[in-house]
Design a protein around this ligand. Structure first.
Ligand code: ADP
Ligand code: ADP
Length: 237
């Protein structure tokens, strides 16, 4: 379980991006962060994986207090956090398989140039994951030959190969057409359930949040302005 306690972030520019934010995400549950641009959604995700240092407050993942970790312990904790991005962040000229393995092996080009092969167990693991996300036939294709939805599936497989304890997902569907967006959201929710993973997902689209998230946190100017079950939210269209 992820537990965020009284988290605040003031950037050196003076912007108060987060103000006293607390929330919990249970294993196997999906929490959507919604709110206008500048509300603090990205800052919240970055404080959890410590790409941004919070000004105050704490983040616990299970028993571990992420906000206290340094050095090697912090790097180890980060490997337990899977990230999924809006623009996929794939290495375009590498294959699907290589992109997925890079989630486990780090900088894949360097590693590969030394040995020219990957550990068999890692490859088998990656094949299983690619099958699960519907890309079993695509392992040897280059990333730049894929559609947006397929790229995001690679991004999901890469995030999962490290067997994370938490998934942080930043606007996963913002670059996709509506039908593909639904498929990707459905896949993320299924994987959260199957692997008992807590998931925080930043979404612009309130309707997607209502359809797929177990609960919704509304942020505005760094503060929580709404927190509740997805069914409690009404949307004017
Ligand atoms: P959102 O993801 O909801 O669009 P952000 O977390 O990106 O919101 O931004 C929240 C606020 O923090 C905004 O006012 C933004 O300008 C500011 N901000 C974000 N990143 C930085 C940064 N690196 N330095 C200074 N201010 C930042
Ligand atoms: P996102 O697409 O996640 O909302 P942004 O487009 O807001 O991100 O920000 C892009 C980059 O610029 C990020 O690294 C963010 O930290 C930084 N940034 C955002 N707002 C500011 C700001 N007001 N001052 C300095 N850096 C910022």
């Amino acid at each position: 379980m992820l537990h965020i306690q009284n988290l605040s972030k003031r950037y050196s520019t003076g912007d108060l991006a987060l103000s006293d934010v607390s929330l919990e995400v249970d294993a196997g549950r999906v929490v959507a962060l919604i709110g206008p641009s500048g509300a603090g959604k990205s800052t919240l995700l970055r404080c959890v994986n410590r790409l941004v240092e919070p000004t105050s407050g704490s983040v616990f993942l299970g028993e571990a207090e992420l906000t206290r970790l340094r050095g090697g312990a912090l790097r180890a904790a980060r490997r337990r956090i899977g990230m999924i991005f809006q623009e996929y962040a794939l290495v375009e000229r590498l294959t699907v398989m290589e992109n997925v393995l890079s989630g486990q092996l780090g900088y894949v080009g360097f590693w590969r140039s030394l040995t020219r092969r990957f550990p068999q167990a890692a490859v088998e693991d990656a094949f299983r994951l690619l099958d699960r996300v519907g890309l079993g036939e695509f392992a040897d294709k280059r990333a730049d030959a894929l559609s947006g939805g397929q790229r995001q599936r690679v991004g999901i497989a890469r995030a999962l190969i490290q067997r994370p304890d938490l998934l942080l997902v930043d606007e996963p569907t913002a670059s996709l057409d509506p039908k593909t967006a639904l498929q990707i959201m459905r896949l993320i929710v299924e994987l959260s359930r199957e692997r008992d993973l807590p998931v925080i997902i930043n979404l612009h689209d309130v309707n997607l949040a209502r359809t797929f998230a177990d609960s919704i946190v509304g942020l505005r100017l760094g503060r929580i302005v709404f927190q509740g079950q997805a069914c409690e939210i009404t949307v004017q269209t």
